[in-house]
Design a protein around this ligand. Structure first.
Ligand SMILES: Nc1nc2c(ncn2[C@@H]2O[C@H](COP(=O)(O)OP(=O)(O)OP(=O)(O)O)[C@@H](O)[C@H]2O)c(=O)[nH]1
Ligand SMILES: [Mg+2]
Length: 206
């Protein structure tokens, strides 16, 4: 066989092998990174409802969380292992026992709650932002219940919570949310995941 023929055959074999590899041997997709996140907020804020919706679970018969729940919440680029801590008075005093190992914080508040409850939520958020185990972590603050006509806007919440001075220099996002608009909630979590991945994002966003 001439040298030219041998070379052509070798090139053909390489071509066929490459096509075969591309079509059949793609292998499993690379594993998604996982992050451990703690989710806090007063009782009734909507923590379990939002997390259940994100996991495509039925959220009709949800009762107050007694103790804590752990859910692996899947997103296209990451999996969040979310530890939701119940927000009732007798549980929230123990929140800080469960902060260790967290890589990020989701704080959910009821934007339509009474002024007294909003004040309590503000104090809890301020405590979390200053807690030694959380103070350096990214925060996603969800001003939930936006479908309620009495809800304050995310901008009103931002001003009332005095986030600008307190959280200056920290990585946090404040977004409106409601269980009726899951796409917006997913978008907020996508931005939060960018912060967890430490991608180039603006430090504070509303
Ligand atoms: N309209 C409306 N209702 C909501 C929303 N989020 C939660 N709820 C309702 O608020 C109630 C309390 O929600 P939960 O998800 O149990 O609140 P939670 O923050 O987990 O409360 P704890 O577990 O007690 O700390 C439920 O009846 C939900 O259906 C929302 O965005 N809009
Ligand atoms: Mg709950």
């Amino acid at each position: 066989m001439s040298e030219y023929m041998q070379l052509s055959l070798a090139l053909c074999r390489i071509g066929i092998y490459t096509c075969f590899r591309a079509l059949c041997c793609k292998g499993p997709p690379p594993p998604r990174p996982e992050y451990d996140v703690v989710c806090i907020g007063l009782t009734g804020a909507g923590k379990t409802s939002l997390l259940s919706r994100l996991c495509s679970e039925n959220s009709d018969d949800i009762g107050p969380t007694t103790g804590f729940n752990i859910k692996a919440v899947p997103f296209p680029n990451a999996i969040l292992n979310v530890k939701e801590l119940g927000g009732a008075d007798n549980i929230k005093k123990y929140w800080c026992r469960y902060y260790q190992g967290s890589q990020g914080v989701v704080f959910v508040l009821d934007s339509a709650s009474s002024n007294e409850d909003l004040e309590v939520a503000r104090n809890e958020l301020h405590s979390a932002l200053q807690h030694p185990q959380l103070c350096t972590l990214p925060f996603l603050i969800l001003a939930n219940h936006q479908d309620n006509r009495a809800a304050r806007t995310p901008n009103q919440i931002k001003k009332y919570f005095e986030l600008e001075p307190l959280a200056r220099g920290k990585r946090w996002i404040l977004e409106g949310s409601s269980t009726n608009n899951l796409e917006a909630v997913k978008e907020s979590f996508a931005q939060f995941i960018n912060l967890l991945e430490d991608k180039d994002t603006e430090p504070a966003r509303i």
